[in-house]
Design a binder for this molecule. Sequence first.
Ligand code: SF4
Ligand code: SF4
Ligand code: SF4
Length: 80
Amino acid sequence: MTCVQCGKCAKVCEANAITQNPKGVYMINKKLCTGCGKCKEVCPFGVLVKEPEMPTSSKCIACGICVKACPMEVLEIVEK
Ligand code: SF4
Ligand code: SF4
Ligand code: SF4
């Protein structure tokens, strides 16, 4: 699953570690992230990952590598 930039993870983050970059992509500031995992709980699409062995959470950053890699051309990056 890819991130649809709904912002639910950012709203729930008490550390204000998730903010939008100029292109509207929600990014996690690893320096601010406490690893609480609340963002993972609210993401409706299972995009956010918080593995127990990792100190911080991670998410799709709309880098577009999967778009280029998919042989069926199913994915696209859309700028709103
Ligand atoms: S795991 Fe990090 S980014 Fe997610 S809600 Fe907690 S502090 Fe915020
Ligand atoms: S990671 Fe999930 S909750 Fe956060 S903006 Fe993307 S789709 Fe929404
Ligand atoms: S390859 Fe990039 S755009 Fe695709 S799901 Fe992973 S982080 Fe998101």
